[in-house]
Design a protein around this ligand. Structure first.
Ligand code: SF4
Ligand code: FES
Length: 354
């Protein structure tokens, strides 16, 4: 269905919840324009429908427009996932002419003070609101992406108001997922149980109130849930990620799973990696599952949860996601989440090591 193309790890912002790996790829290791174009051609040929241009900040690549144009011509639906920083009115107009179909703009907070603090970038909020105006003027369909955590969850209503004000058709309310840089910031960002509960009520009420105006996608706080999310819709089933160096992954955190080898799109055909590689086949179907997942009726709905979360917490990627109430580690996870949610930790910004 979809390819997430992480064009670069470079980004002017430094959000502490970033799902990029802690070891960020440097510019010198990024794929070239020609290599990316070849990947988009291969993706379209094997039936991929959407490509999401992501990062880091994809606008940090000066060849973004050229890649968008190529992907559009190959027949892919193109979506730009951006902080807005690095986009000018002129660049947006060019992207429109190149055929860009849709934009997702991130929102770090509901005002200048909060947004610039969370994003670690002074002036980011004002700039982003300006970019949102240009997006509306050109007429791109817009989704706002709001990653929610303990420091901004109490402002969910205002977040919804901003989505309406900017003319977004869709708002993604995504509770922080603890992968990559976010794992360093668990104690600073873990929402409280009360916030998680209130968020669901607020989202449900807003969905009712805003029917026909705004669609709200909601990724709940799974550390405060009894059952896990069907991460990636099941391992290597509908999505494929390409890291800036060309590594082909079933999800953004897959490289944290020890024992799996991920091949590069520059060294093997994408189709072969998707269908034949050991890493992509590792958790397809149900044979790999252990108890309690193996004999559980819900396995066809949640696929045992998230493999990367199982790896991080249980130390075994084939274990039941500890978010599940049936996991022997569920109680430990809940206790840790409660402890993190009451902590006073400072945020650690995402930075590229020197
Ligand atoms: Fe899902 Fe496994 Fe829990 Fe069943 S036991 S609900 S399949 S995670
Ligand atoms: Fe990798 Fe969930 S993030 S399977």
């Amino acid at each position: 269905m979809a390819m997430l193309a992480e064009l670069t790890h470079r980004c002017p912002l430094a959000c502490p919840y970033c799902s990029n790996p802690v070891d960020l790829e440097r510019k010198e290791r990024e794929l070239t324009t020609v290599q990316w174009k070849d990947i988009f051609t291969q993706a379209a040929d094997m039936g991929v429908l959407h490509v999401h241009f992501s990062g880091g900040e994809p606008a940090s690549r000066r060849d973004l427009e050229e890649m968008v144009e190529h992907a559009c011509k190959a027949g892919l639906y193109t979506n730009l996932i951006t902080s807005g920083i690095g986009l000018t009115r002129h660049r947006l107009k060019t992207l429109d002419q190149c055929g860009l179909d849709h934009i997702q703009l991130s929102l770090q907070g509901v005002d200048e003070q909060m947004a610039d603090h969370i994003g670690g970038y002074k002036g980011g909020f004002v700039r982003k609101m300006q970019v949102a105006e240009w997006i509306a003027e050109i007429g791109f369909p817009l989704t706002l992406n709001a990653v929610m955590h303990r420091k901004n969850f109490d402002h969910l209503e205002e977040t919804i108001d901003i989505a309406i004000k900017t003319g977004a058709r869709r708002l993604e309310v995504a509770t922080v997922q603890f992968h990559g840089w976010a794992t360093k910031n668990r104690a600073a960002l873990m929402p409280t149980r009360k916030q998680a509960k209130q968020a669901r009520l607020t989202v449900n009420a807003a969905r009712e109130r805003l029917q026909g105006v705004l669609v709200i996608d909601y990724v709940p706080a799974d550390h405060h849930s009894d059952y896990p999310k069907p991460c990636m819709g099941g391992w290597a089933s509908t999505g494929i990620n390409i890291a800036p160096d060309g590594s082909v992954l079933p999800c953004h955190a897959a490289q944290t799973i020890k024992g799996l080898t991920f091949e590069k799109a520059t060294e093997r055909a994408l189709k072969d990696i998707w269908y034949q590689s050991a890493a992509f086949n590792a958790f397809r179907g149900f044979e790999w599952m252990q108890e309690p997942c193996r004999s559980c009726d819900l396995k066809t709905k949640d696929f045992g949860g998230c493999r990367c979360q199982a790896m991080a917490i249980a130390g075994d990627a084939a274990a039941t996601d500890p978010v599940c109430i049936k996991s022997p580690l569920h109680e430990t996870l809940v206790r840790q989440a409660e402890a993190d949610a009451t902590g006073e930790a400072e945020i650690e910004y995402r930075v590229m090591s020197v």
